[in-house]
Structure formats: structure tokens, C-alpha cells
Design a protein around this ligand. Structure first.
Ligand code: A2P
Length: 306
């Protein structure tokens, strides 16, 4: 898996095509997608055009997509990947992830009322068995999960015939998730860090007025200045130095280039130590979307932190 990928959450239809094209021309080979992002058709058209024009081959690309929360019932999983494959105009994915350990009723994007949740939570192992079949059938080369806690992985692993290869989680200096990192490393589960720049582009309803802004952190600014690079590059490089893949989102060609350039940056042990001290255990994507309006889920039942 190429260690640096392009995040596409909040890359709007209408701008995502030029972003993916620019990214691939710059050298990105890993595109992180999801059905729920609503932009897979445009990403598919772009990738397909670039392959046809000989700019890149399918084999050179790593394309990830994710199973939405309304398709956790085993009988819905195959249909869900088939839609993503059709939209992306691909015969296979490189990686397919269970997007969240949360289930909603078929046809629900984001729950707004109690009846939007499923009456009975689909146990992760049931969904996982269907994910395993997708890999066996060749619809995806690899399978994994996203937003899974250590507790949820510990529960799933003994029941899995094929182990999840990746856990995609929010991670950046304010949410270092050291325990989960160590556990995944021990278990040989790779980590992909999402929101590595602190996700300033997320919807306003998910923001707090006085939240700390990662890209303005004084330590990050100081390291960036000492190296003559940009704060975003320090953040991306930090993730890479922790041996995880990282998927900064941008639709701006200049920033796409800056972010890609971070792969060749070297941080010193002192820089890494200084950044290690910044952990605030602070989620920017805190899961509240799943806990409103009589939800069967709580933040604790999602993250297993208390
Ligand atoms: P844009 O798409 O206009 O470049 P994250 O990956 O943590 O979710 O962060 C994505 C947000 O950070 C987007 O709002 C994106 O805006 C912005 N961003 C991406 N690259 C950079 C960069 N190099 N410097 C500053 N902001 C960036």
C-alpha cells in the first residue's frame, strides 16, 4: 500500500475530478474513497480516463473504498461493493473497509431519528464473514476495518478467518492513539491515519468554536520553520515516521504537491519527541453523529475508552 494517499472525504463532485487527476500526475498512487462520500462516480471516470490515456495503469493504483453503515447485514455486503466497483469503474478494489462499527437501517445515510437505527445491531463478525467472501471472490484484494477500537478488534480477531489487514482511524499529534497503534503493530494490522491535518474542512456542525487548530500548533510551526517546510508537511511526515499510511485530503493542486513532498521529509528524534508531547486525546471526528436522537450507541460504546 503506498504510504501516502489522497483523502477524498468532502472533495465535492465538480472538484474531485481535477483533484484526482492532478494528484495522479503529481505521483499519488493511493486514493482513499468511500461510497458515502458521494463522489465515487466522478473519481471512477477520472481514473478510467487516466488509465485509457496511458498515464497510469490499474496495477499501479491502490484504491480503497468502504462499506456504509446501512449495509452491515451479510446479505447487503456484496451489493454494496458492487455499487462502489461500478461507480469507480473497477473490476476489483485494493482494499475494502467496514467504515464504522455502527449500523443504521438500509437506505439511511446519517441517522436523524430513532427508527433510522437498526433494531438489532449486526455483530461485527457477521459482516466480517461477508467481507471475507468478497476477498475470496476477488472483488477486493484486501479487507479491513475503520474506526475500530482495540476492544472491538480483540473481539473480532478470534472469529475472523481472514484477519483485518488495516484499521483506518483518526490520528494526528492531538490524537496519537498510542495504545491502539501498539496493539495493531503487535497484531500485524496496518494503520491508516485519517484527518492527519486536523480536518478543518469537516462540516461546521462537527466543529467546536474554541477547538485547538492543529495546523497552527506552535510546536508544529516551530519544527516546520526550523526545517524550512510547511506545517502540513510536518504533520504528514510525522505519520509516515510512525509507519502508518496517511491520507491528507486536498483538492488544491498546490497543496496536493506540498503534501506529496512530505514523503521525502526527515524528522529528527528530537522533533518526534516534541510532537509526542502534544497528545490531547482529542478527536475532531468524535462519533457524535451516531449518538444523537435516542441512538442505541454511546460514545463509550463506539470508542470503548472508559
Ligand atoms: P483543501 O482541500 O482546500 O486543500 P484532513 O486531511 O486532516 O481532513 O485535512 C483536510 C483539510 O486541510 C482540507 O480543508 C484541506 O483544504 C486542508 N489542507 C490540505 N492540505 C493542506 C496544506 N498543505 N496546508 C493547509 N491546509 C491543507
Amino acid at each position: 500500500m503506498p504510504i501516502l494517499g489522497l483523502g477524498t472525504w468532502r472533495s465535492e463532485p465538480g472538484e474531485v475530478a481535477q483533484a484526482v487527476r492532478a494528484a495522479i500526475e503529481i505521483g499519488y498512487r493511493h486514493i482513499d474513497c468511500a461510497w458515502i462520500y458521494g463522489n465515487e462516480p466522478e473519481i471512477g471516470q477520472t481514473i478510467n480516463a487516466l488509465i485509457k490515456d496511458g498515464i497510469v495503469t490499474r496495477e499501479e493504483l491502490w484504491i480503497t473504498s468502504k462499506l456504509w453503515n446501512d449495509c452491515h447485514a451479510p446479505e447487503d455486503v456484496r451489493g454494496a461493493i458492487e455499487i462502489s466497483l461500478r461507480q469507480l469503474q473497477l473490476d476489483y478494489l485494493d482494499l475494502y473497509l467496514v467504515h464504522w462499527p455502527v449500523c443504521v437501517r438500509k437506505g439511511v445515510y446519517v441517522p436523524k431519528k430513532m427508527s433510522d437505527y437498526r433494531e438489532v445491531h449486526v455483530p461485527a463478525e457477521k459482516t466480517w464473514q461477508a467481507m471475507e467472501s468478497l476477498q475470496s471472490e476477488g472483488l477486493t484484494r484486501h479487507i479491513g476495518v475503520s474506526n475500530f477500537s482495540k476492544t472491538k478488534l480483540l473481539d473480532l480477531l478470534p472469529k475472523a478467518k481472514i484477519r483485518p489487514e488495516i484499521n483506518q482511524i483518526e490520528s494526528h499529534p492531538y490524537l496519537q492513539q498510542t495504545d491502539l497503534f501498539d496493539f495493531c503493530q503487535e497484531q500485524n494490522i496496518g494503520i491508516t491515519a485519517y484527518a492527519p491535518l486536523g480536518s478543518r474542512g469537516r462540516p461546521d456542525r462537527l466543529k467546536e468554536a474554541d477547538e485547538p487548530i492543529l495546523l497552527e500548533d506552535p510546536t508544529i510551526l516551530q519544527i516546520a520553520e526550523s526545517l524550512g517546510v510547511l506545517p502540513a508537511q510536518v504533520l504528514i511526515s510525522w505519520a509516515i515516521h510512525r509507519n502508518c499510511s496517511v491520507i491528507p485530503k486536498s483538492t488544491n493542486p498546490g497543496r496536493l504537491k506540498q503534501n506529496f513532498g512530505a514523503a521525502s521529509l526527515s524528522l529528527s528524534a528530537a522533533d518526534m519527541e516534541a510532537i509526542a508531547k502534544l497528545d490531547l486525546h482529542r478527536r475532531y471526528i468524535n462519533g457524535e453523529t451516531w449518538t444523537l436522537n435516542g441512538s442505541p450507541y454511546t460514545l463509550n460504546s463506539i470508542w470503548d475508552e472508559n
